[in-house]
Write a protein that binds this ligand. Structure first.
Ligand SMILES: [Zn+2]
Length: 398
């Protein structure tokens, strides 16, 4: 695990990604961890909160390596939150941006805002939290006629039920009781890099718990196309990572603009008149009711969001649809019509689109998972291969 997030920040092999994420499963218990207590020498003299630009100039770190000093009570030895913190780090480190969150420093007994150190902890202090589930405070200094970041602190609300795990059923967007720590960690780290809130697109700097890739019963947080583009704008292209490309597909989409955050909603199935098909809620998520005969006659369109999280534009990306009797979508599932190609998907692009589907002989009354896979033959080398498949829940009706 440490090999992946070592401070040199070289991400040399994409094969490590699953091993890394699986590690968090090994000791996992299907329970949320509730942090009851934190502490900390909390003294406030906050200056700036979320500085992005000053007089038109980027405000960035001169030293592109942050190592979080993690509060001892918040991230004790053996805590799954240590793994979750490193997964959030790793999600940024695998992007093509030239910035690194190094191996965290654990066991820090005194944390505070504005003490010159980059720290992360859980708190119950309303002054630090300002009513938010989590916040990132940043401080700047002036040099060479511009501002530079000099400190970032991330504070999580200890009163919220956080899940350090990424099991779909645990998480609020799927009817579960917990807020995902990893997605919020990625969002706050985005602030630490210099990113602000974004409400115009599906992106992690909007509502983070619904900015996820879901397949195989897991719901993974990630930096995503738009925020990655922002990080590359701020820091340039990685000089160390072996892989800089990544395609993804998700069953979430942009659903509108909140005051500061983008709102995300589940993707849908349309009928041939582009009306959203009737649905109910199953396993905490929409399940669309498709008529057996109509499904055989190409009357439906399945909507998904396709993203290019990598550095380069990708061309002629193959997309295939499947039906599965479980939530695990792989190329071993039954492929259905109609495959298509995405002619071009630019770096940073987020494209939500509905495409024709058709499937024969599905059993009336049964629930299926309408699967999608981008780049099913792995023709494009990616730094994250686990996010190439997802699904929409369907039920076959007469
Ligand atoms: Zn924020």
């Amino acid at each position: 695990m440490i090999l992946l997030v070592r401070s040199a920040c070289r991400i040399s092999g994409k094969g490590f990604e699953m091993a890394f994420r699986m590690k968090s499963l090994k000791s996992a218990v299907l329970l949320c961890v509730i942090l009851l207590l934190t502490f900390g020498a909390e003294k406030t003299d906050g200056y700036s909160y979320k500085v992005k630009k000053s007089t038109g100039e980027k405000v960035v770190w001169a030293n592109k390596l942050i190592r979080w000093r993690a509060g001892a009570k918040s991230f004790p030895a053996g805590s799954p939150f240590r793994t979750a913190l490193e997964i959030a780090n790793w999600n940024w480190n695998t992007t093509p941006a030239d910035f690194c969150f190094g191996q965290p420093i654990y066991g820090v007994t005194s944390v505070a805002r504005g003490n010159g150190e980059n720290e992360i902890w859980f708190s119950t202090d309303p002054d630090a939290l300002q009513g938010s589930p989590a916040l990132c405070y940043t401080w700047v200094y002036s040099s060479g006629g511009k501002l530079w970041l000099k400190e970032a602190d991330i504070v999580f609300d200890a009163g919220i039920i956080w899940s350090p795990y990424e099991y779909t059923g645990l998480l609020g967007p799927y009817g579960g009781p917990c807020r995902p720590f990893v997605t919020t960690g990625i969002h706050e780290m985005g602030h630490a890099l210099g990113l602000g809130h974004e409400n115009r697109f599906y992106n992690v700097m909007g509502q983070d718990p619904t900015h996820v890739n879901t397949n195989k019963g897991m719901t993974y947080g990630y930096a995503g196309a738009d925020a990655t583009q922002g990080a590359v704008f701020l820091y340039g292209k990685t000089t160390t990572n072996a892989f800089t490309e990544d395609l993804a597909v998700t069953h979430w989409k942009y659903g509108g603009a909140g005051e500061e955050y983008s709102i995300h909603t589940p993707t849908v199935i349309y009928d041939r008149n582009m009306n959203v098909v009737n649905s109910d809620t199953y396993a905490g998520f929409p399940r669309y009711h498709l008529k057996s005969a109509a499904l055989q006659q190409r009357w439906y369109k399945a909507e998904f969001t396709y993203e290019n999280n990598g550095f380069n534009t990708q061309y002629n990306i193959k997309v295939r649809f499947y039906v599965s009797t479980d939530r695990t979508i792989t190329t071993a599932d039954k492929e259905i019509r109609y495959p298509f190609q995405i002619g071009q998907l630019s770096s940073g692009a987020v494209w939500t689109s509905a495409h024709d589907i058709s499937a024969p002989n599905l059993k009336i009354g049964q629930t299926y998972y309408l699967g999608v896979i981008v780049d099913p033959k792995n023709e494009i080398e990616e730094f994250a291969e686990y996010n190439n498949a997802s699904y929409i829940q369907i039920k076959i009706v007469p």
